[in-house]
Design a binder for this molecule. Structure first.
Ligand code: ATP
Length: 370
């Protein structure tokens, strides 16, 4: 059983109404966030959404125009970067090229006037932690991208910062190495229990690494939640579309059935039945968001399904574990549906232009404001 977090740990990093303007341009717009001790927190968003500016405010490279930033109860606003108990790992790693791996890791410790024996002990610990002991006397250019990243991480963790900042940590790595390093990084960070804020534009990276995500757009926070919450319960069309793929169906709320709220849409021949309460009023225009993997594809009309639509397969994209069917409905609307390829050999296989039925459960989708 995990111990309850104290109120102070809940607000370990406290971003309080922070706005950052550059010559009248608002890059970060009144952002408030509480980040918990020990958490890996991701700032996720597209190019220009303000995520790097917010990270730079935490590091002290930028000063908020208004608002406060606190770490472990201490107000940081007036502290220069080098006086903050914070370390930042840059996308480019910024290793010193003329220094060996161990000299790179020792660099910050030397500035702290530690004894030689203590520095040696700490560097060895860090080398073990990132499994780079064998490479201690190499120079950065003699290392692979993944190895350079491990050294950069060891260097940023050597001084036991209260907060570790990661700026697009996997930006320089290719896709395969990236997913391996994501897990490795999380393991190391969790082993040390260090609190971490990372910036990424890559939703997959945020989903794999973060305990919680703040989704940003135009300088504002659109949603904060665990990866699971943001994926399963997006609160806006923006969030639903930013993470994963999704079908968006326009419609109007109708409230005339006993056990269901229904949505009428010009895209579908049948009403959409929703089995849970929703916020909204009869006649309100809404977006119904439905993930492709929540849809079942079948040849026969599913007799007891409340939610169904018939259409023809216009495109099949093969992804190994599953295929994505693009199904055109008579209204002209196209829906994406996943088909698990483990089922493919069992009974059904599908071809282009084939007529199929799509069906989904009453709790499969989310109703969002337009
Ligand atoms: P990217 O992923 O492309 O780095 P981002 O979400 O990190 O994007 P920021 O770098 O935070 O975005 O920039 C947010 C906005 O603020 C951008 O429109 C950018 O042009 C602007 N901006 C950032 N730094 C400055 C600056 N020093 N002076 C003027 N405008 C700036």
């Amino acid at each position: 059983v995990k111990p309850e977090r104290s109120a102070a740990d809940e607000r370990y990093v406290c971003i309080d109404d922070v706005t950052k303007e550059f010559d009248g341009f608002v890059a970060v717009d009144d952002v408030s966030l509480n980040i918990r001790k020990g958490e890996i927190f991701a700032l996720l968003g597209g190019s220009g959404c303000g995520k790097s500016t917010l990270l730079r405010c935490l590091a002290g490279f930028e000063k908020p125009t208004t608002g406060r930033i606190l770490l472990d109860g201490q107000v940081l606003n007036e502290l220069p970067p080098y006086e903050r108990p914070i370390n930042m790992m840059f996308q480019s790693y910024a290793l010193f090229p003329h220094m060996t791996v161990e000299q790179n890791i020792a660099f910050g410790l030397k500035q702290d006037r530690m004894t030689r024996a203590d520095i040696k002990r700490r560097v060895d610990e860090m080398l073990t932690l990132v499994q780079m002991t064998k490479y201690a006397v190499r120079k950065p250019h003699q290392l692979s991208g993944g190895q350079q990243q491990r050294v950069a991480l060891a260097r940023s963790l050597a001084k036991s910062p209260k907060l570790l900042l990661l700026d697009e940590p996997m930006g320089a790595l290719d896709k395969k190495l990236r997913s391996q390093m994501q897990l490795e990084l999380v393991n190391i960070i969790e082993k040390l229990g260090v609190t971490c804020v990372m910036v990424t534009h890559d939703q997959e990276e945020a989903m794999t690494m973060a305990t919680r995500i703040a989704l940003m757009d135009s300088g504002r926070i659109r949603q904060v939640g665990t990866p699971d919450e943001i994926y399963e319960q997006p609160t806006s069309r923006f969030a639903a579309e930013f993470i994963g793929s999704v079908n968006i169906i326009d419609g109007v709320i109708k409230d005339d059935e006993k056990d269901f709220v229904t949505i009428q849409s010009a895209a579908l021949a049948h009403l959409i039945h929703i089995g849970h309460g929703i916020s909204g009023f009869e006649g309100q225009r809404v977006n119904f968001a439905l993930r492709p993997e929540k849809i079942t594809v079948s040849k026969e009309e599913p007799a007891d399904a409340h939610n169904k639509a018939q259409g023809s397969i216009e495109e099949i994209a093969y992804f190994g574990s599953h295929s994505v069917f693009h199904v055109r409905l008579p209204s002209g609307t196209k829906l994406m549906a996943h088909f698990a390829n483990r089922k493919r050999w069992a009974s059904e296989s599908f071809t282009w232009n084939e007529k199929v039925w799509l069906s989904w459960g009453e709790n499969a989708g989310v109703v969002l404001p337009t």
